[in-house]
Design a protein around this ligand. Structure first.
Ligand code: MRU
Length: 355
């Protein structure tokens, strides 16, 4: 794929009928690429967060189905459809919160349920749809970067949380796409990255990506957020999203909500960057599932060094919900959605096939 910006990191790719991904659990210590055509292996990679970040999860799931279709020994349309529907079902059960997963699998399912008279034509239709999802993700992220560039001023210090970068998408990122485009266009910006306990996506992944780009970055612990804003060290906050509801509630990495509260308290604009595939126009705050992960993630640093009393009870919510009144705007590939979000999300996204 060619691009008008350098794509230095490709988190998920399609290579000769297989899915190739960078194992984000091993970063920044080792840059290891995994490859598989087995949807079960890819489902486990999503569960274990080798592949993580809402758009990357969606793309990987779509490509896992493509690899299944591409390599299947099935000798009839019905046989192949059975295998594909089983794979879709398995992948839907990997992680519950990122909307892009369900959006991508629903797109593949729609194609799969169309009438196909010929096995090879059916196989190709599934692979083509998955590759479209993959390519659209890269193009969409570049658009988010270009659209979002207008919120960035020369000299800005931008605080970001978790990793909404290339490593959370097929390439280029969402929040980090805005930072990349501003940087490529010559704005003298810098970034403050939160470490993002307990999986440390900020410390391990965001810092790794920004250092690779040469974009200045300072790492802070999550609990420093209020003080750095109090000190006037932050001009803007930009985060990604796992799911955005019709009324403007933003579901994102745990810690986003307190970040938004601190930003409002200190008059710092709080932006969300996300593709339209992250918008869920059908759910309510009460009906969404916030993933709760293994308590060991909190009890040990990166599954290794214990930091507390063995078996202490733990709460490990992986995401939280930021209410619309704390959000200054949502940068999408279709433009910036400004408050009131409940009105403007409907206007920009409502009724489209993306959501
Ligand atoms: O648990 P993760 O690492 O999958 O969570 C990722 C996030 O919360 C990101 O901010 C979100 O998926 C947006 S990524 C472009």
């Amino acid at each position: 794929m060619t691009s008008r910006y350098p794509l230095k990191v490709r988190a998920v790719e399609w290579v000769n009928g297989k899915v190739r991904w960078i194992n984000t659990n091993l970063l920044p210590y080792e840059e290891v690429y995994e490859e598989s055509a087995d949807y079960e292996r890819i489902a486990r990679a999503i569960e274990a967060m080798e592949i993580r970040g809402a758009p990357a999860i969606g793309v990987a799931a779509a490509l896992a189905i493509a690899a299944t279709a591409f390599n299947s020994p099935a000798n009839s349309v019905d046989q192949l459809r059975d295998v594909i529907l089983k794979a879709i079902d398995r992948l839907r059960r990997t992680r519950p919160t990122a909307h892009n997963l369900f959006w991508a699998l629903d797109r593949i399912k729609r194609v799969s349920l169309e009438q196909h008279l010929d096995l090879e034509e059916y196989r190709k239709a599934v692979v083509d749809e998955a590759l479209r999802i993959y390519r659209e993700d890269v193009e969409t992220n570049i658009r988010i970067g270009e659209v979002g560039d207008r919120i960035i001023d020369d000299g800005d210090v931008i605080l970001t949380h978790c990793n909404a970068g290339a490593l959370a998408t097929a390439a280029f990122g969402t929040a980090l796409a805005i930072i990349r485009v501003a940087w490529y266009r010559g704005k003298r910006i810098s970034v403050i990255a939160t470490e993002t306990r307990p999986v440390l996506q900020g410390a391990r992944l965001t810092v790794w990506e920004l250092v690779k780009e040469g974009i200045p970055v300072k790492l802070i612990t999550d609990s420093m957020v209020g003080y750095v804003m109090y000190k006037g060290l932050v001009n803007k906050v930009i985060v990604g999203a796992d799911r955005i509801l019709r009324d403007g509630h933003v579901v994102n990495k745990i810690g986003t909500y307190v970040l938004a509260i601190a930003a409002r308290r200190h008059g710092v604009p709080f932006y969300v960057a996300a593709p339209t595939s992250t918008f869920d126009l059908n759910s309510t705050v009460a009906s969404i599932v916030i993933e709760e992960r293994n308590p060991e993630e909190v009890r040990r640093i990166l599954g290794k060094i214990p930091i507390t009393v063995e078996n202490v009870e733990v709460l490990n919510f992986s995401f939280d919900v930021t209410p619309p009144e704390l959000v200054s705007g949502i940068v999408t590939e279709r433009g910036i959605i400004e408050p009131p979000l409940n009105v403007n999300i409907n206007r920009v996204i409502g009724g489209s096939k993306s959501a």
